[in-house]
Design a protein around this ligand. Sequence first.
Ligand code: GTP
Ligand code: MG
Length: 315
Amino acid sequence: MTVEQVNRIVAGDVRSAARLMRGIENGDRGAFETLEKLYPHTGRAYIVGVTGAPGAGKSTLVDALIAAFRQSDMTVGVVAIDPTSPLTGGAILGDRVRMQRHCTDPGVFVRSVATRGWLGGLARAAAGIVSVMDGMGKDIVLVETVGIGQQEVDVTYLASTSVFVLTPDSGDAIQMMKAGILEVADIFVINKADQGGALHVKMELQAMLNMKDSLPEERQPPVILTEAVNGRGVEELEGEILKHREFLVSHGGLVEHDRERARLELAEAIEGSLRDYISSGVDKASQDKLVEDLAQRRISPRAAAAELVNQLIRP
Ligand SMILES: Nc1nc2c(ncn2[C@@H]2O[C@H](COP(=O)(O)OP(=O)(O)OP(=O)(O)O)[C@@H](O)[C@H]2O)c(=O)[nH]1
Ligand SMILES: [Mg+2]
């Protein structure tokens, strides 16, 4: 059954893909098993992260980018990550409405992901959904997230090109330095350039980028002004994304990035396997006893963990 589903997804079947995505979002074990089978068919999509403060215009920009990439004959997947409660759901609704004009285009697939229960579940679900779009054969996958460095939503490691969106008004530029975004963003966008003050922010940002002691062959991240609402500057942004891809390809950075990503995925998989192994391998009674000991402060969390692991390794 899953092999059939995988084949349908690889052939680009939207309903099968949507079903798998739903399963991933819900944390269904079966969905993750199907994802495993899809894995050999992934790795071809070019993944672009679009990050920035709430309301910076990321979704509007993504919508405009979809149009630009479609113009260039590329198929596009979009994963919008909403770290807020699924109860509020406002941003998701906004994203759907904003990107609706593409919903009849078979070359475009837009999906919003909201938090579901367990910690770290969002990032895992998002990574899974990106893989499904990759497996479907989308040329470009755009991943929209709010902020960088919020661990539970940080999927920046997935992206080969990271675009950071700021606006002329906010004190974003200063905040960014603190968050270390200067180091991780490949392209900077100052959106809402129609509001004025954008050039000033651009100069400020470029001055900061110049202060970075970078290696001579290292690439200086471009700073682009856009007006996402009317599409101004978006073609230039598309061009810079593709240029960055060429840069990575010609400098071996793409391979390096894939390797780094594989390393993270392996580490995560090991953690997951260990977690499963431990929770299935240790009988409930001894787990309950340790929990009780912990609650009563008779033992520290570290010591309790060591005891559990020891029971498993040397029974
Ligand atoms: N004036 C102006 N407004 C813009 C521009 N781009 C986006 N906006 C507006 O900014 C508001 C927020 O845009 P979104 O695209 O939802 O921003 P976002 O960053 O995706 O927001 P969240 O996903 O909620 O974090 C909307 O009302 C947009 O119409 C722009 O270039 N100029
Ligand atoms: Mg948005």
